[in-house]
Write a protein that binds this ligand. Structure first.
Ligand SMILES: [Zn+2]
Length: 311
């Protein structure tokens, strides 16, 4: 089963991916984790990524695709994979499609984990972590017993600076604008599946299995919504055939103004003949020059002959 997980930050993708990996025995391929692992191990692709990052650039889509491709060579990915973190926009989805086609492992489905904006805001802005023992809470969904105090060790809980509403709101909006076309792309292919990702983790997981079991068993058929257009071969992009209306309009205007057409080529002809005349004149001049030269040469020749005779 080859799937990609789509979902906003806070949709619980990571949590569900872990559970799915255990259930279906296929790897969770998180591009974020993969990139970090390649950087840490100093692989050739990791070094390329490091060079890009050191010069202040983003790691290119091509490089991320190469890293994914490399990962999918692993024997554990023979039965499939759960891709997470890529693609994030339409261009990446198209590039991913062609890469997977190249290695003969096309996607079965794209799973969209759907959560309302307001709930995402709650999940993300409500996060609190204990800096001492690492325990995590959410003031809305999983609050500590005492305000801002860890249940386990009693240390004060920490609220990350970038967990404020404005920052998170922006992140979610950016996600939304980039991902919407992506969802349309997979919908057109007949590959999108939407799972309600609100509620308890185990309930969401049940819904995931309901959706994924048929895919894992190969029972889900891919039915494209939009018929894919046949690719236009280069060189065959002839101008579109004019409509009957356009042809008739062209004939009518030609009939109306025949005089203009007849006189149109005249300036060209005039120009041509003018050029010819010039050429003729030039030739005449050249001939005259040649004759003069001949005469001079003859004179010189005679003089030389005379000189020779004198000697
Ligand atoms: Zn603690």
């Amino acid at each position: 089963m080859r799937i990609v997980l789509l979902g906003a930050p806070g949709s619980g993708k990571g949590t569900q991916a872990k559970l799915l990996t255990e259930k279906y025995r296929i790897p969770h391929v998180s591009t974020g984790d993969l990139l970090r692992a390649n950087l840490a191990a100093g692989t050739p692709l990791g070094l390329q990524a490091k060079a890009a990052m050191d010069s202040g650039q983003l790691v290119s889509d091509d490089l991320v695709l190469a890293i994914i491709r490399e990962r999918l060579r692993n024997p554990d990915a023979r039965k499939g994979f759960i891709l997470d973190g890529f693609p994030r926009n339409l261009a990446q989805a198209q590039a991913l499609d062609s890469m997977l086609a190249n290695i003969g492992q096309p996607l079965d489905a794209a799973i969209l984990m759907e959560v309302d904006f307001d709930i995402l805001m709650q999940r993300l802005t409500g996060r609190r972590t204990c800096e001492n023992c690492g325990a995590s809470y959410n003031v809305y969904t999983n609050p500590p017993r005492l305000d801002d105090q860890c249940d386990r060790c009693g240390s004060p809980l920490h609220h990350r600076a970038d967990d404020n509403e404005e920052t998170i709101g922006n992140r979610l909006r950016v996600y939304d604008t980039q991902t919407k076309p992506l969802i349309g792309f997979y919908r057109d292919q007949g590959r999108i599946e939407t799972v309600d990702a609100v509620g308890e983790v185990k309930d969401i997981f049940k819904r995931m299995l309901t959706t994924l079991d048929p895919i894992a068993k190969g029972q889900r058929k891919v039915v494209p919504l939009v018929k894919p257009q046949p690719p236009v071969k280069a060189g065959k992009t002839a101008a579109p055939k004019p409509s009957l209306k356009a042809i008739l309009a062209a004939k009518a205007s030609a009939a109306k103004a025949p005089a203009a057409k007849a006189t149109a080529p005249a300036p060209k002809a005039a120009k041509k003949s003018a050029v010819k005349k010039h050429k003729k004149k030039d030739k005449k001049k050249e001939k005259k020059k040649d004759k003069k030269k001949h005469k001079k040469d003859k004179k010189k020749g005679r003089k030389k002959d005379k000189k020779k005779k004198r000697k």
